[in-house]
Design a protein around this ligand. Structure first.
Ligand code: SF4
Ligand code: SF4
Length: 129
């Protein structure tokens, strides 16, 4: 079950660009954590993936030398969030680790996501909500 890319794990805020400021007030976990079919119908949901200085603060600052990807990675994990940078490159963040993934980590997430211990932890946390 995938999670809305605008949902911020750290504090349960919605960080949708349709809001003036991030807030937990509009969050409904049944919707936000309910899978793409459900969260894309939320009135605050936006498909925006291009980073313009906002929207990825939960992961810290990306460094192109470490995190920059030439094409969007194919990570089936529901906790991976992919962003397109204004420079035309891509970065991937992990909502469980709360940081951007290095290039080699991205390769591991693409191939071995089902075995990832952080994903198992994340699925357990979601199930407890
Ligand atoms: S589903 Fe809606 S309220 Fe929830 S995080 Fe996404 S945009 Fe925000
Ligand atoms: S580190 Fe694990 S939980 Fe995070 S995105 Fe990769 S596979 Fe998913």
């Amino acid at each position: 079950m995938s999670i809305c890319p605008w949902y911020r794990y750290r504090d349960g805020f919605c960080t949708s660009p349709s809001l003036e400021t991030p807030t937990p007030d509009v969050v409904n976990k049944v919707v936000c954590l309910g899978g793409r079919e459900v969260y894309t119908r939320c009135r605050y949901y936006r498909e925006v993936r291009v980073i313009r200085g906002e929207g990825y603060e939960e992961f810290g600052k990306p460094f192109l030398m470490v995190h920059g990807l030439d094409k969007p990675p194919e990570i089936p994990c529901e906790f991976a969030k992919i962003f397109k940078l204004e420079q035309g490159r891509y970065v991937a963040g992990c909502a469980i680790l709360k940081r951007f993934l290095g290039v080699h980590e991205v390769e591991l997430c693409e191939s071995y996501w089902e075995r990832c211990p952080y994903r198992k932890l994340g699925l357990k946390l979601v199930a407890e909500i």
